[in-house]
Design a protein around this ligand. Sequence first.
Ligand code: SF4
Ligand code: SF4
Length: 295
Amino acid sequence: MIFAAGRAEAAIYTRGQIIPPNAKGSAVPPKPPTGAIPRAARRKAQAGGKSGALTYEELARRIDRARLKGAGKTLEPRVKRVVMSYLQSAQTHGLPLKQVVTELANGQAAWRLGGAVRDAILQQPPEAVKNAACGQGCAFCCILTGGDGGLITEAEARRLHAALTPLQGEVDGRAWHPSACPALNPDTRACRVYDARPTICRSFLSTDAAACEANANGATDQGAGLLGSHLDYLFVQSLCRQALKGITQVSTYSMAQIAAAALDGQDVEQALARARHRSKTLDDTAQDAARAAHI
Ligand code: SF4
Ligand code: SF4
């Protein structure tokens, strides 16, 4: 778990401890593709949608060449392995290259790969998970006092926006606390878009609800933090951005702003434009997380 001072500061991991995905530090079959793309598969992929001169082989080379500043000697190869595995699986299943590029760019790949690492952690839960104080109606971590609420990808932003739009006009979390996530139910303090909540929400937990409450009010008590899988998610997205440089834009967004925009009636494109992060936010967030994890 990466311990952060509070949810509002989740983008700036100031101190902490990492619980690695497992003892070997790898939760996904670590078979990197060779980069050699069978001709038939390449033809099939290109027939499904060209991305300029891009091929599976070139994309694999770009991933291999990328450098993940701050990821260290263990995390960087692990992140490359999982993305290469993703690429290899897509190629094996004859997925159009255009679709693969879209999934890498919009964060769907980071969502899936980070989720796979999280599932692996939870299969053999570390002490912090076993002793988590999290429960229904406990929602101090949904008080987003920093305003940003945490980094989310485009796929997560669109999912969150779509889930919240039908809830326009209902009383939202801000009726409980002015800085609460608008997706919160102010009466039950349950997430109203549980299935659509982004990775940052799925990663957060605490062994001390009192610390969460104190942190929501400005303290920096120990106890709350993020599962180590969040590092994988962040660096996968960072790797995707490097690999797709010059091909397509890879953006990240403020969760709190997307949620507010959806409930304020903005359409999804307006919401994305309003909530888009500066380009350096992704790398800064990943590097801060790695530092907090002492990588
Ligand atoms: S204990 Fe903390 S992290 Fe867990 S649900 Fe409560 S406020 Fe959120
Ligand atoms: S999306 Fe749901 S879980 Fe995430 S901060 Fe908002 S209310 Fe909490």
